[in-house]
Each structure stands twice: as structure tokens, then as C-alpha cells.
Design a protein around this ligand. Structure first.
Ligand SMILES: *Cc1c(COP(=O)(O)O)cnc(C)c1O
Length: 349
């Protein structure tokens, strides 16, 4: 056996492009177009570099406490990680240990199958229906865990907390993870179900709603038993995933929440404007409740539109995958950016 045979071969997740080109309107990775708040800026200016020789608090206790207060939970119901991608990676490792498949939709966050492949887990991708909706009855079968985003990505479609409750009721023997990366753009969090359903775990992120993708902070909220197992697994892998500066910034961001909610409201209004304008141009789309929309035009090839937009300085996301290769996922930018986008799209058509 050669050393090459001992290497792990995996097909990695393909993150959206972070281009070097200036002046591009970047609508491809669902970042928030608004700056983080004043408290965050102040926290960075006031940060004392003299603390950097020391390791950070391993469990980000102060940030955890602020977040627990913000959500009305106990500290021991909150887990923090280096971006929700890390939280999800640790969640799969901690929560989905069985022989039956882990279940998630075929059109969903494309990191889920990557984690399963990395860990050698059995999984089943369950097709969304023709309207791109999750069919809850499909999840009433033996499994080692269930995960889906709400709103789903890249469709933007939202399910109700009653819908999630039905899935929980039929799956009391496994952990159901709801990835709420986009919940603050118009959805209702499943958090109110936490007390009743100990097998519910919710993940959230500071990257989208809180305009902090660059600082890498992700969250899991759930029953203290699951949370404590997540810490055990985290501490078997990396004791210090969140650096000292990120801990301070995260805490300041919680204090910026009023400003952040105002930005989310602006994004929602711009999203509705963009939907309306694109529909008038003949686009069709599922009704997104996220900070992106997922659109298709019956008369134009999506990949071609992607290229034409790029030539004109607008970057959106195109997935060359079955079922969705005639769609573009467009992040909602500022109102001014989206007005430019609509103008450019009119010119192209
Ligand atoms: C963006 C996104 C994440 C990851 O967020 P980070 O905290 O930046 O790692 C997780 N899940 C979904 C569905 C996302 O779209």
C-alpha cells in the first residue's frame, strides 16, 4: 500500500467565489450588504492586544451568556463554534450516529452530503416535490437524524413551526436539526419548540443576519444534554475554535440587535421589490423568505444569464446540478444595488 493509498479522498464543498475584482456587485454568497453595528466597531477599536498572548476562553462563556439572555434560554442550552459550518460539522459527528440513513432534502445546503461523505455516514437525499417543497411525510421513516434549513437554501421556501412539530412528533428517536441560517429574514424560529422536544437542535449563524461572515461565529441551541455532548466532541477536536476578538465582537453584535433588525427589514423590503420587478420581466421563483431569491426564466438559459451578468459586473450563484440548472440564486443587496441589477437584467433581456 503506497502512501497515496493512505490519503483520504473527498469531494469538498464548493464555496461561492470571493473575487479579487473591484466594483463588482457581489450577490453570490448571501452576505449582508450592510456594515455591522456601532458596538461592533467600538469593540474592535477598544480591543486590548495585550490579551492575545493568552488562549481565549475555550467555551466563549461571556458571549454564550449574552446569547442565552437574548434568546431567553439557559447558558447550557447554547453551543458556539467557528461559523455554523463548524457547528454543523460537529453536529453531524455528535448527533447522527446510527445505521439508518441521515435524511435531508435533495435540494438543500450542499455541505450536508459533504459531511456525510467525510464521516462515512449513511444518508438519503429526499427529493423535494415539483414546487420545491419539503414533504414532511417523507421524513416519517427510520433514520439516524434529520436536517434541513428553514428557510431552505437555495429555494428560500419557509415551513411553519407546526410543520416542524409534526416531523418532531414522528421522530422522537432521532435528533432533528433545523438550520436557521436565514430565519431572521421573515421566518418564525422553531426555538419555542425546544422545551417540549428534547431531540430538537437549532443552528444559527452570525454571518447573514448579523453582517459578520468575516468573523466566523456559529451557534447551536438545544437541550442541555445534546449541547453538552457537542462540547465534548468539540473538545476532542479543537478546544479554542473562537478567538478572543471574535468573542468580544459577537457580544457587541448582540448589543447592536436593534440596528441589525432594521437592516434585516430593509433587506426584506428590497427582496419584495426585486421579486416584483423580476416577475414583471417573466421570471418565476419560489416565494423566498431569506436574503436571497431563486429565479428561473422560461425563455433564457440560466448559465448564459449568469455569464452575461458577470460580464456586466454582477456576480450571482449558478449551480450546475440536476433539477436546478435553470435557476440563479441571487443574494439581496442594498436597494441601490438591486435597482442596478434590475436595470442590467432589463438590458440583457
Ligand atoms: C451560510 C450558511 C451556513 C453557514 O454559515 P457560516 O456560519 O458562515 O458557516 C449554514 N447553513 C446554511 C443553510 C447557510 O446558507
Amino acid at each position: 500500500m503506497s502512501w497515496q493509498d493512505k490519503l483520504r479522498n473527498v469531494e469538498p464543498y464548493q464555496a461561492g467565489e470571493q473575487p479579487k475584482i473591484q466594483n463588482l456587485i457581489k450577490l453570490n454568497t448571501n452576505e449582508n450588504p450592510y456594515a455591522p453595528g456601532e458596538k461592533v466597531k467600538q469593540a474592535i477599536l477598544n480591543f486590548n492586544a495585550d490579551v492575545l498572548p493568552l488562549y481565549p476562553n475555550p467555551d466563549a462563556d461571556e458571549l454564550k451568556h449574552s446569547l442565552a439572555l437574548y434568546h431567553g434560554l439557559q447558558d447550557n442550552q447554547v453551543f458556539l463554534g467557528n461559523g455554523s459550518d463548524e457547528v454543523l460539522a460537529l453536529t453531524f459527528l455528535t448527533c447522527f450516529n446510527g445505521k439508518a440513513p441521515v435524511l435531508f432534502p435533495d435540494i438543500s445546503y450542499s455541505f450536508y452530503p459533504v459531511y456525510c461523505e467525510l464521516y462515512g455516514m449513511n444518508y438519503q437525499m429526499i427529493p423535494l416535490n415539483e414546487q420545491f417543497e419539503i414533504v414532511k411525510e417523507d421524513y416519517y421513516q427510520e433514520n439516524s437524524g434529520i436536517i434541513f434549513p428553514n428557510p431552505n437554501a437555495p429555494t428560500g421556501l419557509l415551513v411553519t413551526t407546526d410543520f416542524i412539530e409534526d416531523i418532531l412528533k414522528h421522530n422522537s428517536e432521532s435528533i432533528v436539526v433545523i438550520d436557521e441560517a436565514y430565519i431572521d429574514f421573515g421566518g418564525e424560529s422553531a426555538m419555542k419548540l425546544l422545551n417540549q422536544y428534547p431531540n430538537l437542535l437549532i443552528t444559527q449563524t452570525f454571518s447573514k443576519f448579523r453582517s459578520l461572515a468575516g468573523i466566523r461565529l456559529g451557534v447551536a441551541l438545544g437541550n442541555q444534554e445534546i449541547i453538552s455532548k457537542l462540547y465534548d466532541v468539540k473538545n476532542s477536536f479543537n478546544s479554542y475554535p473562537i478567538d478572543s476578538l471574535a468573542q468580544v465582537i459577537g457580544k457587541a453584535s448582540i448589543e447592536d440587535s436593534v440596528y441589525i433588525r432594521e437592516n434585516a427589514q430593509k433587506i426584506i423590503e428590497t427582496r419584495e421589490y426585486t421579486k416584483k420587478e423580476l416577475k414583471a420581466l417573466g421570471f418565476v421563483m419560489p416565494d423566498s423568505y431569506a436574503n436571497f431569491i431563486f429565479v428561473s426564466h422560461p425563455n433564457y438559459d440560466a448559465k448564459e444569464l449568469f455569464g452575461l451578468l458577470r460580464e456586466r459586473g454582477i456576480l450571482v450563484r449558478y449551480f450546475d446540478k440536476p433539477r436546478i440548472n435553470q435557476y440563479l440564486r441571487i443574494t439581496i443587496g442594498t436597494q441601490a444595488q438591486m435597482e442596478t441589477f434590475i436595470q442590467v437584467m432589463k438590458d440583457i433581456l
